[in-house]
Design a binder for this molecule. Structure first.
Ligand SMILES: Nc1ncnc2c1ncn2[C@@H]1O[C@H](COP(=O)(O)OP(=O)(O)OP(=O)(O)O)[C@@H](O)[C@H]1O
Ligand SMILES: [Mg+2]
Length: 273
């Protein structure tokens, strides 16, 4: 069955997009069929992946229609772009800023506004093993559309006080939504993205996160600050096995994605008991 995962935190700039893209890339390398949905008008995931296509694979991306156009025409498949083997993208563009207004003028109540995107996603779910959703930081219709469509949430915790607050609020919100709409939605875990290797503040925030969310909810894998990951924004995702920095990034994500899969298996086994 297809698994839909959102990466979230209400705080901006904590690594939601970077991790959504790297999860998608890594899962596709493992042979899983993956779709990444860029449900953010900033279009950062789209830029990174289209840049990867043109800079790394030397392929000219063909933008058929924007995600927002496909939302309005009720057929998401019209916007799909194939990035590489096993990895498709629903691309964002600045026109997606009109999404919330579109929902308000076409649907009367919160329930139908928040469920609309999932009804569009439903017919293409079967083509994928994983669908990864990337959304903007605030509490808004983008976030709620993604959460209603999701089975799992990975909360990205950059180890700084504000991101911890953003993570706490985010989890409160997802529990509320789960309750309001009776969603089949689970917290897959909180993934620490470290600001600085071994700093005391990082460790304090992880301790606070353990107290706040419970140790079992914190990923054992950690993402460190990696200049190469930041560089991908410029160069696209490079993956040269002979380059030590590329290898380091991809090795880290292989570990994280393996933990992600283990965590899903565990939740699914518990659900059957
Ligand atoms: N582990 C890391 N090491 C170094 N740089 C990183 C790391 N993770 C993310 N970055 C960089 O931090 C910046 C913000 O990351 P990103 O865009 O993924 O955050 P975001 O949470 O999606 O932001 P927004 O809230 O605006 O959507 C980017 O320039 C990205 O390249
Ligand atoms: Mg982002």
């Amino acid at each position: 069955m297809t698994k839909v995962i959102t990466t979230g935190n209400f705080k901006g700039g904590v690594g939601k997009t970077t991790n959504a893209v790297m999860f998608s890339y890594t899962l596709s390398k493992m042979g899983k069929r993956v779709l990444i949905v860029d449900l953010d008008p900033q279009a950062n995931a789209t830029d990174l992946l289209l840049n990867t296509m043109s800079s790394v694979y030397q392929q000219k991306p063909v933008f058929k229609e924007t995600l927002f156009e496909s939302i309005k025409s009720k057929k998401l498949s019209g916007a799909l772009i194939s990035i590489k083997d096993n990895l498709d993208l629903l691309p964002s563009y600045e026109d997606l800023q009109g999404y919330e207004k579109f929902l308000y003028s076409n649907f009367e109540d919160d329930y139908s506004q928040d469920h609309y995107f999932n009804t569009l996603l439903e017919p293409i779910k079967k083509d994928y093993d994983y669908i990864i959703m990337d959304v903007p930081p605030q509490l808004n219709k983008f976030t709620d559309s993604a959460l209603v469509s999701s089975n799992y949430v990975v909360v990205i915790l950059q180890t700084q006080e504000r991101a911890l607050k953003g993570a706490e609020k985010y989890i409160e919100h997802l529990l509320q939504l789960q309750d309001d709409y009776n969603l089949d939605l689970d917290l897959l875990g909180v993934l620490p993205v470290l600001q600085q290797n071994g700093s005391d503040l990082d460790l304090d925030i992880i301790t606070d996160a353990i107290n706040s969310f419970g140790e079992q909810n914190i990923f054992k894998s950690r993402i460190k600050q990696m200049a190469r990951l930041k560089r991908f924004d410029r160069t696209g995702i490079t993956d040269n096995v002979k380059d030590i920095n590329d290898r380091r990034v991809h090795d880290v994500y292989k570990k994280v994605v393996n933990e992600l899969i283990e965590r899903m298996n565990l939740i699914e086994m518990e659900g059957k008991e």
